[in-house]
Design a protein around this ligand. Structure first.
Ligand code: ACO
Length: 327
């Protein structure tokens, strides 16, 4: 594996429309106090007609500008999402068309909330195979298209958004992808699912979508597994690279719930100042949460040249993963 594959451009985008906890109080039996104390979320951005590829397009343009590249410089497009515009064509193919380019390979990857880190590892593999590659990885989610706004236990948690990264072997001053670790355990899949419309639960012509068309989750066990798996994989990737938490300048965890983030940080023994949190502004944007946080952390000056950043995520499947970046 080429140890010098770098992220040479980052960008993110969230839709303009904002849904606050106060707005949700008018939709379901909940309160700002309950949502804030249980999750840390204050507001989330939601689409107003935009699809996955629309969010991806703006995030991509921002990442291309950051990398001083144009769409024609891209050699591959991977979109991490569980909410593509359509099943066919893939969101990556739709994005390619919107970027006004042709011929380069495009596909979607679904690893739920861990999707960005999964796609990053696939992109790293492409960079190893094709030394001249400029691989676009976008995690873009319209999670609200699969949220039941009658279910208070899930609808308060999620938001929409996109984050993009461009990987190449030739960048002068990008973030080196030092290592990535990925895991999955399909035997736990029932705890967090979106089943309706899949081939095991097909929608027949004229049939209405049921509850299983939307995110269904057993909150407490998901919480416990999220803390355990993210903590363990963070430890494992550090150990594998002969590093300790003292070598990490910033931890960027999946932004699902502030209590999960606090528990992971505490177990790892990493101080809160070294943990980036923006869940209060965006809610859980699934695969997009890590690249949005990464791009925003850098934009806000939380990452300096020479810093080591540890990404860690967890999602449905279950899937989980970690990545070490050196800026
Ligand atoms: N407003 C008010 N009350 C609510 C709400 C709400 N929005 N939602 C649930 N409640 C009620 C429940 O009905 C229950 O009431 P009861 O005691 O009368 O039965 C009570 O609050 C407690 O419910 P719990 O589910 O036990 O609450 P908990 O403290 O576990 O918090 C939460 C729920 C926030 C969902 C938590 O379990 C959690 O964060 N789990 C992890 C979820 C997550 O992060 N998933 C994403 C990770 S993977 C991915 O990103 C796809």
């Amino acid at each position: 594996m080429n140890r010098e594959t770098q992220i040479c451009g980052l960008g993110f985008f969230v839709p303009d429309k904002v849904l606050t906890n106060d707005d949700l109080e008018k939709l379901v039996d909940t309160s700002d106090e309950w949502i804030t104390t249980r999750t840390g979320i204050k507001k989330r951005h939601i689409v107003d007609g935009e699809a996955c590829s629309d969010l991806a397009l703006v995030a991509t343009r921002n990442a291309l500008r950051d990398a001083s590249l144009t769409p024609r410089d891209l050699t591959h497009i991977i979109i991490a999402t569980f909410t593509p515009d359509t099943y066919i064509p893939s969101a990556a193919c739709v994005l390619q068309k919107k970027l006004g380019i042709k011929d380069i390979p495009c596909c979607d990857v679904d690893a739920a909330c861990t999707g960005f880190i999964y796609a990053l590892d696939l992109a790293r593999g492409l960079c190893a195979l094709y030394p001249e590659a400029n691989v676009l990885v976008v995690a873009s989610e319209v999670v609200t298209s699969r949220v039941n706004f009658n279910d208070r236990s899930t609808c308060v948690l999620f938001g929409d958004g996109a984050g993009a990264a461009i990987l190449s072997n030739s960048a002068a001053n990008g973030a080196v992808v030092e290592d990535i670790l990925l895991k999955a355990d399909g035997s736990l899949g029932e705890l967090l699912s979106v089943k309706g419309g899949g081939s095991a639960y097909p929608l027949r012509f004229g049939q209405q979508a049921d509850e299983d068309f939307f995110v269904q989750m057993q909150g407490r066990p998901v919480f416990k597994h999220a803390v355990r798996f993210m903590t363990n994989i963070a430890r494992e990737i550090l150990e594998k690279n002969n590093l300790s938490v003292e070598d990490v300048d910033l931890l960027i965890p999946h932004q699902a719930n502030n209590r999960i983030i606090e528990a992971v940080a505490k177990k790892l023994g990493i101080s809160p100042e070294k943990v980036f949190v923006n869940v209060q502004d965006y809610g859980n944007t699934s695969a997009a949460s890590v690249p949005i946080a990464l791009a925003e952390a850098r934009e806000k000056g939380r990452i300096s040249p020479g810093d080591r950043v540890l990404l860690v995520a967890f999602g449905g499947g279950f899937t989980w993963g970690a990545a070490l970046l050196k800026f």
